[in-house]
Design a protein around this ligand. Structure first.
Ligand code: ATP
Length: 393
């Protein structure tokens, strides 16, 4: 089985939303925690995976001591900590030293896979992933590793932060993660005595950036010294000062998130389908009107090959050999020139697909009867493949 392949029969994952930021210190974790508690207060069952390896701060902001290793359930699952009706698992609980900070991308993904899949979350309505800041490999790998329903990008109003936030939005788009919107944090100053919000820095950059990028603007949270105290005391602002302008900003962003569309309309991921015995075959989905056209709604396989049904009604049929030859992996294509290394003549006419699995929201992995299983076929590539591969065989 390929390392990226989800185990067959893996439990259905909750709806997952990543909270990201182009750079550190913009208040991403504070936003995550306050949104989680605000959502939990509306009766939703919420979990947070604190994936911020460089500064795992979520437990502290919720008053959870992170220095004791989490307990295990009888079926060997990690029991998450809980505060303010929010379940939490954190990199901080992994180790009592700084070791997680030097984990490399693949290791981080491995730990996070464990956090998501081997934690006794119970039934959740939403799992928030507090991503490490930045738009590098680690963030990209994480965005690819899970079928995220969407991502929220947190930024401060300064130009430099906005520029990096734009990069973050583009990164998510590359892997087909819908951007649910931009949050502008520390956007004006709340006077501690009268509660009036004054715009001491320029304001509105987050909204303008969202407009330019054609994504929603979810709201702005004012700069408020009470937020720092709330974080330090382990009592989020939506609990300690629910009447403050910042707390009401968090609540309205939480409402917008709660109402954001999920991946409905596409087949449920992750899945891992073994074609020989039919196990793990994803059930067909009912497309929703106005949904993304490149959402895969049904997969079938018959004697002629693979049939893909897309949300816009397009149907594609692929002969397994064409897909094998179209493989873009490093073994089959020259990484620098992009030219095909695999000789089509070397691929048997009778080659078959043996397994198909989901890769994030944006691609399928496939294994063939010649043992090849490193190819990833993005939806974009598949939709562009129609008939093209036959010509050059
Ligand atoms: N709106 C705000 N007003 C005042 N202080 C804030 C606000 N939002 C966050 N802060 C404070 O800014 C600091 C950084 O916040 P936080 O740890 O949430 O940022 P972050 O983006 O998650 O950082 P990193 O990813 O580097 O860990 C904290 O001390 C927090 O209390």
């Amino acid at each position: 089985m390929s390392e990226r392949e989800p185990s067959a029969g893996s439990a259905r994952l909750p709806r997952m939303i990543a909270v990201s930021s182009g750079k550190g210190g913009v208040g991403k974790s504070t936003v995550t925690v306050n949104l989680a508690v605000a959502l939990a207060r509306t009766g939703q069952r919420i979990g947070i995976v604190d994936a911020d390896i460089y500064g795992p701060s979520v437990p502290g902001m919720l008053g959870i001591a992170a220095d004791t290793p989490p307990a295990m359930s009888p079926d060997r699952k990690v029991i998450p900590s809980e505060a303010f009706d929010v379940k939490v698992i954190s990199m901080a609980m992994l180790s009592d030293d700084d070791a997680p900070a030097i984990l490399r991308g693949p290791m981080v993904t491995k730990y996070l896979q464990m956090f998501v899949r081997q934690v006794d979350w119970g039934e959740l309505d939403l799992l928030l992933l507090d991503l490490p800041p930045g738009t590098g490999d680690i963030q990209l790998t994480l965005a690819q590793a899970f079928p995220l329903a969407g991502a929220v990008v947190v930024t401060t109003p300064q130009d430099v932060s906005l520029k990096i936030a734009r990069r973050g939005v583009r990164m998510m788009e590359q892997v087909n993660v819908p951007i649910l919107g931009v949050v502008e944090n520390m956007s004006g100053f709340t006077c501690p005595s009268c509660g009036t919000v004054t715009n001491i820095f320029h304001q509105g950059g987050g909204e303008a950036a969202a407009e330019q990028l054609d994504v929603d603007f979810l709201g702005r949270v004012p700069l408020d010294p009470a937020i720092v105290d709330a974080g330090d005391d382990g009592r989020p602002l939506v609990v300690s000062q629910p009447e403050s302008p910042a707390a009401s900003a968090y609540r309205s962003i939480a409402d917008a998130l709660g109402a954001a569309p999920s991946l409905e309309g596409g087949i449920v991921t992750p899945f891992a389908w073994t074609l020989s015995d039919g196990s793990g075959k994803p059930a067909p989905a009912t497309p929703i009107s106005g949904g993304a056209p490149d959402r895969l709604v049904r997969l079938d396989h018959d004697q002629a090959g693979l049939i893909l049904h897309w949300a816009d009604g397009q149907e594609q049929r692929f002969v397994p050999r064409d897909l094998r030859i179209a493989c873009q992996c490093a073994k089959c294509r020259d990484e620098i020139t992009g030219n095909r290394v695999l000789a089509p003549d070397s691929v048997s006419r009778g080659i078959a697909i043996t397994r198909i699995w989901s890769v994030g929201n944006y691609a399928l992995g496939m294994a063939f009867s010649d043992g090849h299983d490193t190819g990833i076929y993005t939806f974009e590539q598949l939709r562009g493949l129609r008939g093209a591969t036959l010509e050059d065989v």
